[in-house]
Design a protein around this ligand. Structure first.
Ligand SMILES: Cc1cc2nc3c(=O)[nH]c(=O)nc-3n(C[C@H](O)[C@H](O)[C@H](O)COP(=O)(O)O)c2cc1C
Length: 178
């Protein structure tokens, strides 16, 4: 299975990157081909609502010529899309949100796209509830298939969350690849 992990963390050595590394290893172990894309080092603006992509025959045509352009193909090619982001201000990070907004032009090709979430946060998992519920609504609107989410709460407090981490991550990989 072709998996695209979309990384929305600004930190290449932070908690989300560590999660992505472990997740990627688990997916490869399960026979997946994994392509990880880092958003923070790219120039990706939010959607400007020009409306061009919404006109008949223009599906997938985004007029904003920035680093999102090659990512439309990455999304199209993936059989499973994993949005991996820390929670900042009860939401996905700004670059993750810009990426998600720009998927608006792919309304037809998102149909049936399998999607999962991987998140880290400083507090309890409940802080991700806005982000998760927004994603559930997005999946319903664009007819994507929401599979599951994995959260690392209290990410900076190793002793709190790491005991079941490996076991839970294994479960998550089984759920999203099964
Ligand atoms: C700007 C900012 C906002 C944050 N907002 C939240 C929040 O709303 N809830 C929370 O639990 N943690 C919050 N955190 C903590 C991060 O989610 C947490 O440390 C995360 O694991 C960092 O991931 P990273 O190492 O990939 O950057 C915030 C951190 C920053 C820098």
């Amino acid at each position: 299975m072709k998996v695209a992990i979309i990384s929305g963390t600004p930190r290449s050595n932070g908690y989300t990157s560590e999660l992505i590394k472990n997740l990627s290893a688990g997916l490869k172990n399960a026979g997946c081909e994994v392509n990880t894309v880092t958003l923070f080092d790219k120039v990706i603006s939010g959607c400007n609502n020009c409306g061009v992509c919404q006109k008949k025959g223009n599906e997938g045509k985004c007029t904003i010529k920035d680093d999102m352009q090659p990512l439309f193909q990455v999304v199209d090619d993936s059989e499973l899309l994993i949005i991996a982001s820390p929670i900042y201000m009860w939401q996905f990070t700004a670059c993750t949100k810009a990426f998600l907004e720009r998927l608006h032009c792919m309304y037809d090709s998102l149909d049936g796209k399998r999607i999962a979430l991987a998140m880290t946060m400083g507090d309890d998992e409940y802080v991700a509830s806005y982000a998760v519920s927004g994603m559930l609504d997005m999946c319903e609107y664009y007819h994507m298939t929401y599979l599951s989410s994995f959260a690392v709460p209290y990410a900076d407090k190793d002793e709190v969350n790491r005991s079941l981490y490996a076991e839970k991550l294994k479960d998550f990989v089984n759920r999203i690849t099964g």
